[in-house]
Design a protein around this ligand. Structure first.
Ligand code: ARG
Length: 469
């Protein structure tokens, strides 16, 4: 490369006598991964050029030329006709230099009153705003799928677990709705973070603002931002909105991972609560009898990298002096990876869930076998006047008796039961079957069929609203 060629290539070449070494170019480039920001980079540049023209910082003519040039570049990229170059480091310089090549000197005016530092902060916000909305839609879609499954199994019973020991009978839809609630909070977190994402950083320039009479509010309006940032140093150095999104994603995938774990567990021969659809399982090359829940396992496994990405950025940011430092370029890979991963997990779960067969007979039998109505006996005795602790002890002894006799609670005769308490009469049988047990629940949020129906209705109403997530 001759000196003139070099000077044309690098925007900072003026200050340098020698060209950048190849190994440094290779080490510092981000175009190999930030090229996916091209749409936002161009959108932001078009708004910036419009503002420069409106404020007469550049001529209207130049502004229009720039906008036209940028639109053509967008079309080229869209068609796959654009060649991203590593020696041009990142998406911002790739697009700017293509613009200069396309429209000449006017292209060199685009970067007036701007720096890559506020530009990259802008691109990230635009990217994350769109992706957050996408994730929100996917969560909502998944919740609807869940609700449909819940409705389909409205009367099915299963043992509810604590400590992974059978605890009390619950309705299968009640268990499913627990996930819908978790996802509802996940959405709230993403929505709330959107408020902090949707602030325009552009205009901070490199760090200190600019001497040009820019109109930041105008740019914010053009790009659909709610507000403009109020401190130029903060604008170029802060990435807490990314950390928040990575944290929201970590909590979301933690929820998905718990679901995945239940799917794995429930599909085992030991549980046999569900059967996974063939299309979403794989066989073993060695053991012919196997049907492996790989999709669920991978969702559980991918949780590791989503947590890792959060920690990666927290660590990158820790101890960074103000304001922009090149370390911040490292925010992108974890962010992109997390966005891709949570979207892929939501997508595949959404496809897989409706195909899962619930073995509701087996679930019911398990609830009956597991003495899961023991708490109902205790509560029955309390209603007949015993203090709860005493009732608990008596019921414990009844269960012990059942175990020794290999009997289910519902199979005990009144005489057998009266040996433990004279307070027990015929009406006890109303509480010994799982279906009676759930029916007897009274509290809001409980597993009673009335309550579960009410919750399904409430959630359907909320999710049916087209306007909101
Ligand atoms: N590629 C850079 C990043 O992602 C863009 C900003 C570069 N700014 C700079 N002063 N070198 O952070």
């Amino acid at each position: 490369m001759t000196e003139t060629e070099f000077k044309m290539k690098k925007p900072w070449a003026g200050r340098f006598k020698f060209k950048t070494s190849k190994i440094v170019e290779h080490f510092t480039e981000s175009i190999s991964f930030d090229n996916r920001l091209w749409r936002y980079d161009i959108e932001g540049s078009i708004a910036h050029a419009k503002m420069l023209g409106k404020q007469r910082i550049i001529t209207k003519e130049d502004s229009e030329k720039i906008i036209q040039g940028l639109k053509e570049i967008a079309a080229d990229i869209e068609k796959g006709k654009f060649k991203f170059k590593k020696d041009l480091e990142d998406i911002h310089m790739n697009i700017e230099s293509a613009l200069i090549k396309k429209i000449g000197d006017a292209g060199g005016k685009l970067h007036t009153a701007r720096s890559r530092n506020d530009q990259v902060a802008l691109d990230l916000r635009l990217y994350l705003r769109e992706e957050s909305k996408e994730i929100l839609s996917l969560i909502k879609k998944f919740q609807k799928t869940f609700l449909n499954v819940a409705t389909k199994h409205i009367n099915s019973l299963m043992p509810g677990y604590t400590h992974l020991q059978r605890a009390q009978p619950v309705l299968l839809p009640h268990h499913i709705l627990a996930y819908v609630e978790m996802l509802e909070r996940d959405k709230k977190r993403f929505k709330d973070t959107l408020k902090r994402i949707n602030i325009l950083p552009l205009g901070a320039s490199a760090i200190a603002g600019t001497t040009f009479p820019i109109d930041r509010v105008y740019v914010a309006r053009l790009l659909g931002f709610d507000d403009i940032s109020q401190n130029s140093i903060d604008s170029v150095s802060d990435r807490d909105f990314v950390i928040e999104s990575l944290s929201n994603s970590s909590i979301l995938i933690m929820h998905l991972s718990r679901l995945a774990e239940e799917l794995v567990l429930w599909s085992t021969e030991e549980f046999r609560f569900i059967e996974m659809p063939d299309a979403f399982t794989t066989g073993s090359s060695a053991m012919p009898q196997k049907k492996n829940p790989d999709v669920a396992e991978l969702i559980r496994g991918k949780t590791g990298r989503v947590y890792g990405n959060l920690f990666s950025l927290l660590t990158i940011m820790k101890g960074l002096p103000l304001s922009y430092n090149r370390d911040l370029q490292e925010d992108k890979l974890p962010l992109f990876d997390t966005v891709d991963t949570v979207k892929a997990c939501l997508d595949i779960l959404n496809e897989m869930l409706p195909g899962i067969k619930f073995n509701t007979n087996r679930m019911y039998e398990t609830a009956v076998e597991g003495y899961s109505t023991a708490t109902d006996i205790a509560e029955y005795l309390v209603k007949k006047g015993l203090p709860f602790r005493k009732a608990h002890e008596i019921t414990g002894r009844v269960v012990l008796y059942c175990i020794s006799k290999k009997k289910k609670l519902g199979e005990l005769t009144l005489r057998e039961l009266n040996r433990y308490s004279p307070l027990i009469s015929d009406d006890i049988y109303l509480f010994l079957r799982p279906e009676e047990s759930v029916k007897a629940k009274k509290s809001t949020g409980s597993t009673s069929p009335d309550e579960v129906r009410k919750q399904i209705k409430r959630l359907m109403r909320r999710l049916g609203d087209m306007e909101t997530w």
